[in-house]
Design a protein around this ligand. Structure first.
Ligand SMILES: C[S@@+](CC[C@H](N)C(=O)[O-])C[C@H]1O[C@@H](n2cnc3c(N)ncnc32)[C@H](O)[C@@H]1O
Length: 192
């Protein structure tokens, strides 16, 4: 499936608007739950975000997947500078899958970077990546606008996409403000 942007070119620009200066506030909110978990976490579309390192610091085996070679190299350098281990794969996420189903997928604004025509395939892909009972930590972008990326992830549409037949939704959500004036709603979903 074709990406909607030349993401590598975006990473060569002086400013990358979706990046925060630190960890996503939802990551911090989930940290006490995360510290009780173990195993492997995959971050699709990990970009250069610090949560890959944050999860490695919590003791997880981490795997980042991204189309952008420079973002992947950034992650490898950042992990090794902190003495952390992790795998960072340069690939279209639709062409990749883990050898063994994983415990957690951390989805931070990757869905909103995909064309909505590909969302259903993405949801199917994630159900194949996760083990039964595994967790999807999902940050759904809220722009309130049409078009994208980032594409608005209306929660009612997310409830249809990640349907109750396959996913158990945690009742609480976390709201992460972004300096650009948009925000993400974070949900914890368990694969049945
Ligand atoms: C909006 S950025 C978010 C990056 C990161 N998760 C963060 O929070 O900073 C979307 C990321 O998804 C990657 N991406 C987009 N489409 C992809 C695809 N089909 N396969 C792999 N990575 C993709 C881009 O290269 C980019 O790094």
């Amino acid at each position: 499936m074709e990406p909607v942007l030349d993401w590598e070119a975006r990473y060569q620009e002086p400013s990358v608007p979706w990046e925060r200066t630190g960890l996503n506030p939802a990551f911090t909110a989930w940290q006490s739950w995360l510290s009780l978990q173990q195993g492997t976490v995959v971050i699709p579309g990990c970009g250069r975000s610090p949560e890959l390192q944050g999860l490695a610091e919590l003791g997880f085996s981490v795997v980042g997947v991204d189309l952008s070679p420079s973002a992947a190299q950034f992650q490898k350098t950042a992990l090794s500078a902190k003495g952390l281990h992790g795998e960072v794969i340069v690939s279209n996420l639709f062409d990749w899958s883990p050898d063994t189903p994983v415990d957690i997928v951390y989805e931070q604004t990757c869905l909103c970077a995909l064309h909505p025509e590909h969302w259903s395939a993405y949801e199917s892909l994630l159900t194949g990546w996760l083990r039964p009972g595994g967790t999807l930590l999902a940050l759904f972008m809220q722009t309130g606008e049409t078009g994208g990326p980032p594409f608005h992830c209306e929660i009612a549409a997310m409830e249809q996409l990640f349907s109750q037949q396959r996913w158990i939704w945690d009742e609480t959500s976390v709201r992460s403000e972004h300096p650009l004036g948009v925000y993400e709603l974070g949900f914890r979903l368990t694969l049945r």
